[in-house]
Design a protein around this ligand. Structure first.
Ligand code: SF4
Length: 191
């Protein structure tokens, strides 16, 4: 699937002149958007974009969203203190709920302070196979967690709204996930 990375697009419009049927410029948003996947011309645009903002995304990614109630994202504390992680799979432009995992190990560590390495380990143990950890708040353990996951902050409260924001930012998320040296990974604030 070919997408425009809205975080890199500067709205120059070169892509629209090369491939007008497939791309429109959303002037009110300030970035381009693929409206038709016409690969015959999109390959030319991928090369022509001065920002390298047009990308083919083939990845299948698993997301964990920290929650206490399966409707809203954990808001009153760090994501590692969520009662549950709801797991979603992204593929070809769609984010689909897969399962809920409890975060029981965290409760065993209730006496430990924020940033304790044991907490990061407990959180990670509930997240086997996950690529991206999503929360509204992340504590000092983000330093350890980002060695295992792309850590993404969303401002939305409702999980349904956060899902839309995740899909809109999939290029940036995939970019962080695929960094060769994990030390180069940045935490993301998704808008
Ligand atoms: S050419 Fe690239 S930077 Fe310019 S509007 Fe198109 S996608 Fe955005």
């Amino acid at each position: 699937m070919v997408l425009v990375d809205k975080n890199q697009c500067v709205g120059c419009g070169i892509c629209v002149s090369v491939c007008p049927d497939a791309i429109t410029l959303k002037t009110e948003k300030g970035f381009a958007e693929i409206v038709m996947e016409r690969m015959d011309c999109l390959w030319k645009v991928i090369k022509a974009c001065p920002q390298n903002a047009i990308k083919e995304i083939k990845d299948r990614l698993f997301f964990a969203i920290g929650t206490d109630d399966h409707q809203t994202i954990k808001s009153n504390d760090h994501v590692g203190k969520s009662a549950y992680f709801d797991i979603f799979e992204y593929f070809e432009g769609t984010l689909v709920f897969k399962e809920t995992r409890e975060n029981p190990k965290y409760r065993e560590d209730e006496t430990k302070v924020h940033g304790d390495p044991g907490k990061a380990k407990a959180t990670a143990s509930a997240l086997a196979g996950v690529d991206v950890l999503v929360g509204r708040l992340m504590g000092p353990n983000i330093v350890r967690l980002k060695n295992q996951f792309v850590c993404a902050i969303v401002r939305e409260k409702e999980i349904a709204d956060a899902m839309d924001v995740i899909v809109e930012n999939i290029c940036a998320i995939t970019h962080e996930k695929n960094k060769i040296d994990i030390k180069d990974r940045r935490g993301l604030i998704l808008k």
